[in-house]
Design a protein around this ligand. Structure first.
Ligand SMILES: [Zn+2]
Ligand SMILES: [Zn+2]
Length: 477
């Protein structure tokens, strides 16, 4: 009797163990296991067809591995049958399971049971924030209009089209058979995201191209990126920003304008106020903080290039080209083939670059570096004194690079008191340099500055970072 009970118990335990194993651990290795994709507003797109140890069932860990681009987000579960469910980011008791009958399946102990999507194909993270690192921002020269992330784009009405990838044919006894191979493209007209009338668009690509178009292209959803393709549907490229009716001017015009004046027999001084946005200029003029700049003809608006950081804007100013041509895409780039300094040297003309304590680019310039000799915490005063001194030396081309508006902008924000004070100081430097110069003076910046929770920053395709003031005036002598 006792034996029978033990045997029965053993059988029950074995069956239970098998059921538990099947329910939770059997991944169907001897069957087909489809790939599951995690995409949208994430840094890393994940594809997997097995559960790795450590991420066994918890969805939170899987999403964490994909690195969401936003602090708060929703998660969409999209099934192969066309059904989708969206939940918020409370994922502590949400898990992923695979079974032969249900495929990939969501088990959610907190949200309503309709979140249990079976035959799951994709998990899309959708940012609930206005801007993420992979967003595309639509902005005019005057204001930001809207930011769209890949996840947010996924939620909008996308058209599904087939893009032909290739064709092949084969001859058989019964005739010739052909096949066409397509990729599925999810897209929407670019005009659908722009809430404004426009005549033309500037498309800002992530590799630094500013593409001017009539605006008939398409935006394409591509996992964790947004691509733009032109009217023909060809040449899709990752983009960061879209500007309806962009300004005529770009920071690279500082090169062309300067050379034109020099070839016309004039001397040129370029005053480069680092990190001075058009928004700051307008604010300072309105609040009477820059009496000299206010006196000049109103600044033209100029666009810079992605990524709007010093090396990129500066390289455009001295090469007349953008990152695609000059090779400077971010802060790490410094090698340049040809610059205005090089060209002038070859023509036997005199030029000089007046800088702070560190050389930024391999500009081939005769560089005058400056340090904070009087220890007042600023090098701009030494740069100003050096420029004043050198401007009497008959250079055909001088470039004077002031730094402190940018420094203060990072620390105190673009409209912080210390930043605005520095803009007033720069206004005085500009006045003095222009009045004591004989020739043409170009005043501009490399990029702007936007506000952050702890000061300011730049490096994004948005109005504050991308639009800078651009002046041309005559020296006072
Ligand atoms: Zn800068
Ligand atoms: Zn900066």
């Amino acid at each position: 009797m006792k034996n029978i009970i033990i045997k029965t118990l053993a059988v029950i335990i074995l069956i239970s163990a098998a059921m538990i194993y099947y329910r939770f651990y059997w991944n169907g290795h001897d069957g087909y296991m489809p790939y599951l994709k995690v995409a949208g507003d994430v840094k890393n797109v994940l594809y997997f067809n097995r559960l790795e140890s450590g991420t066994k069932t918890g969805l939170k860990n899987i999403i964490k591995k994909a690195e969401p681009a936003a602090m708060s987000f929703d998660v969409i579960f999209a099934g192969t049958d066309g059904l989708a469910a969206k939940i918020d980011d409370r994922l502590d008791r949400v898990s992923l399971n695979f079974s032969v009958t249900e495929g990939w399946e969501i088990i959610d102990e907190d949200h309503p049971v309709s979140s249990h999507i079976k035959h799951l194909k994709e998990i899309i993270v959708v940012s609930k924030e206005g801007f993420t690192d992979n967003s595309v921002t639509v902005f005019s020269p005057d204001s930001n209009i809207i930011s769209v992330s890949p996840g947010q784009m996924y939620e909008k009405t996308l058209s599904r089209t087939l893009k032909l990838e290739g064709e092949s044919k084969i001859k058989r006894e019964t005739g010739e058979y052909g096949v066409s191979v397509y990729s599925i493209v999810l897209s929407m007209p670019v005009s659908d995201v722009i809430n404004a009338e426009y005549k033309r668009l500037m498309i800002i690509s992530s590799d630094g191209k500013n593409l001017y178009t009539g605006g008939q292209g398409q935006l394409i959803y591509d996992d964790n990126r947004i691509l733009y393709s032109d009217e023909t549907g060809d040449n899709p490229q990752e983009i960061k920003g879209i500007m309806p009716d962009p300004p005529e001017k770009s920071v690279s015009d500082a090169y062309h304008d300067a050379l034109n004046y020099i070839y016309d027999g004039k001397k040129v001084m370029v005053i480069f106020l680092d990190g001075f946005s058009c928004a700051q200029y307008e604010y300072a003029v309105k609040n009477k903080m820059t009496p000299y700049l206010a006196e000049l003809d109103k600044a033209q608006k100029a666009s810079t290039y992605f990524k709007p950081v010093t090396n990129v804007g500066f390289a455009a100013m001295i090469t007349g080209t953008g990152p695609i041509e000059n090779g400077i895409h971010d802060r790490s780039g410094r090698a340049l083939n040809s610059t205005i300094f090089q060209i002038l040297k070859e023509k036997g003309l005199k030029s000089i670059l007046i800088e702070a304590d560190i050389s930024i680019l391999d500009s081939n310039a005769d560089e005058r570096l400056n340090t904070d000799r009087n220890g007042n915490g600023s090098i701009d005063d030494e740069i100003f004194e050096a420029a004043k001194k050198e401007s009497a030396n008959g250079y055909d081309y001088m470039l004077v690079h002031f730094h402190r508006i940018d420094d203060m902008g990072h620390k105190h924000g673009p409209f912080g008191k210390e930043t605005l004070d520095q803009i007033s100081i720069a206004d005085g430097y500009v006045k003095d340099l222009v009045n004591n110069f004989s020739g043409k003076v170009i005043i501009l910046s490399d990029h702007g500055m936007h506000e952050t929770s702890d000061g300011g920053s730049h490096g994004q395709a948005r109005r504050e970072d991308f639009i800078v003031p651009y002046f041309i005036t005559d020296g006072g002598i």
